[in-house]
Design a protein around this ligand. Structure first.
Ligand SMILES: NC(=O)c1ccc[n+]([C@@H]2O[C@H](COP(=O)([O-])OP(=O)(O)OC[C@H]3O[C@@H](n4cnc5c(N)ncnc54)[C@H](O)[C@@H]3O)[C@@H](O)[C@H]2O)c1
Length: 245
């Protein structure tokens, strides 16, 4: 039996990278997938690709920082597929910038997407799960939610926030059949990483390679499925050994 048979999964950042790889794997495991992204062109193309393979998929253009758009996303999902079982709360942005001349607007923008947006999606998921019989949330943090690094203060602070948001929400809803865990990826070969940085990031990783989005998807599937049925408030760090150093 497939691991997400007849489940409905919302995947933010679903048009690219880790989100897209996870949407593919979820669909192969029997889920109806709702792809959420700002990038309409990539999102629609990926929706068509999944449908051509015989999967049920829907792209909903949504900015995760908009309360109204996030509410509308859940409404459209329930109208189309009848329910929501799994939310992969994954969309994010990141840019390297020295902190002493980081514009406040850029700080705000990063924290707005990477932490506030994660909260807004989680809040709407909780509202839906409380009406139903529970559900599962997987948030995407980062290994830089555990440890620091130069040039990414806003991103790292937001990702550390995602880790403790995950634990706090998990405890708050543990008795409501709602499980909430997080993924903390290392350096993964997706469009968020500039081509010119890849070599140095490989050399910084103990396994001497970048992770693949498909390797993240397998960890997300574990947390989204009943394979992790007694796990909540946890963070799965998948980083080629980086944070073991
Ligand atoms: N790739 C890595 O090395 C790495 C490492 C640690 C954590 N992460 C995290 O993994 C997640 C996925 O990143 P990725 O590597 O797949 O990058 P990606 O750029 O391929 O995918 C991110 C997607 O999020 C979308 N997005 C950005 N802002 C949005 C918004 N406001 N509303 C809706 N969609 C929005 C983008 O359009 C993009 O399609 C992010 O949260 C990122 O911080 C990535």
């Amino acid at each position: 039996m497939s691991k997400l048979h007849n489940k409905v999964a919302i995947i933010t950042g679903g048009a690219s990278g880790i989100g897209a790889a996870t949407a593919s794997l979820f669909a192969q495991e029997g889920a109806k997938v709702v792809l959420v992204d700002l990038n309409e062109e990539k999102g629609k193309a990926f929706e068509a690709e999944l449908k051509a393979k015989g999967h049920e998929a829907l792209f909903v253009k949504t900015n995760i920082t908009s309360e109204e758009e996030v509410a509308s996303l859940f409404k459209q999902t329930v109208e189309t597929f009848g329910k929501v079982d799994v939310v992969f709360n994954n969309a994010g942005i990141g840019r390297v910038h020295s902190s002493h001349d980081l514009e406040y607007s850029e700080w705000r923008n990063t924290v707005n997407v990477d932490l506030d947006g994660v909260f807004l999606v989680a809040r709407e998921a909780l509202r839906e799960f409380l009406k139903a019989d529970g559900g599962v949330i997987v948030n995407t943090a980062s290994m830089y939610g555990w440890v620091g690094s130069p040039g990414s203060a806003a991103y790292n602070a937001a990702k550390a926030g995602v880790i403790n948001l995950t634990r706090s929400l998990a405890l708050e809803y543990a008795e409501k059949n709602i499980r909430i865990n997080a993924l903390a990826p290392g350096f993964i070969d997706t469009p968020i990483i500039p081509e010119e940085s890849k070599e140095v990031l490989r050399s910084m990783t103990p396994m001497k390679r970048l992770g693949q989005a498909e390797e993240m998807a397998k960890a997300v599937l574990f947390m989204a499925s009943d394979d992790s049925s007694f796990m909540t408030g946890n963070v799965l760090t998948v980083d080629g050994g980086y944070t073991a150093q």
